[in-house]
Ligand binder design. Structure first.
Ligand code: GAR
Length: 195
């Protein structure tokens, strides 16, 4: 692992709109010094992120949960692509401890709420937005944070919010959250690890 971040792996389990957005942002940059999305890892063979990444020319590896938890497998993969940092973008498995130790302060996650609200096991995607609606919250937002050994509890790097109105549904909140993610996530990663 180099001291500057050159190669980023994106871990994703779902649609991959954030992965695609990160690829578009970093992999079309002029600067030869800026980081690149060098690899996409998914645990879901049916995830849309696969076709999105392939279309953008980024290698994808589909791994089972037990492969992701296998230190030798993951170490070899991270070395093969010279990965310096990992971004979780809708990745629904726990990151194994050996990866946290391999990449101290080099693994971040995006979460679709204003943590610590609506974090923890089972709180992902639509479940979060439905919880916001059910609680009649008047704001929600996104949180980008370092990953540690507990779900959604690492040091917060960035948060921004958006109003929730009486007419919002889980669907419309999701659309607002995706818009915030599109606007901010690549820039936050760039500020953190870019040159
Ligand atoms: C994103 O909204 C992300 O914040 C959320 O999953 C969605 C993935 O969308 N992550 C979590 O809920 C993590 N707990 P995408 O697959 O289109 O990028």
């Amino acid at each position: 692992m180099s001291t500057t971040v050159r190669n980023i792996a994106v871990f994703a389990s779902g649609s991959g709109s954030n992965a695609e957005n990160l690829i578009r942002y970093f992999n079309t940059m002029d600067s030869i010094h800026s980081p690149r999305i060098a690899l996409v890892v998914t645990n879901r063979p049916d995830a849309m992120v696969i076709s999105r990444a392939e279309k953008a020319g980024v290698p994808v590896r589909i791994l089972t949960r037990s492969q992701i938890n296998d230190e030798a497998v993951m170490k070899a993969l991270m070395e093969e692509f010279a990965i310096d940092a990992i971004v979780l973008a809708g990745f629904l498995l726990m990151v194994p401890l050996f990866l946290l130790r391999m990449y101290p302060d080099r693994i971040i996650n995006i979460h679709p709420s204003l943590l610590p609200r609506y974090g923890g096991r089972g709180m992902y995607g639509r479940h979060v937005h439905q919880a916001v609606i059910d609680a009649h919250d008047t704001i929600t937002g996104i949180t980008i944070h370092y990953v540690n050994e507990e779900y959604d509890s690492g040091q917060i790097l960035f948060q921004t919010s958006v109003p929730v109105t009486d007419t919002d549904t889980a669907d419309t909140v999701e659309a607002k959250i995706h818009a915030l993610e599109r606007e901010h996530f690549p820039q936050v990663v760039h500020q953190l690890w870019g040159i």
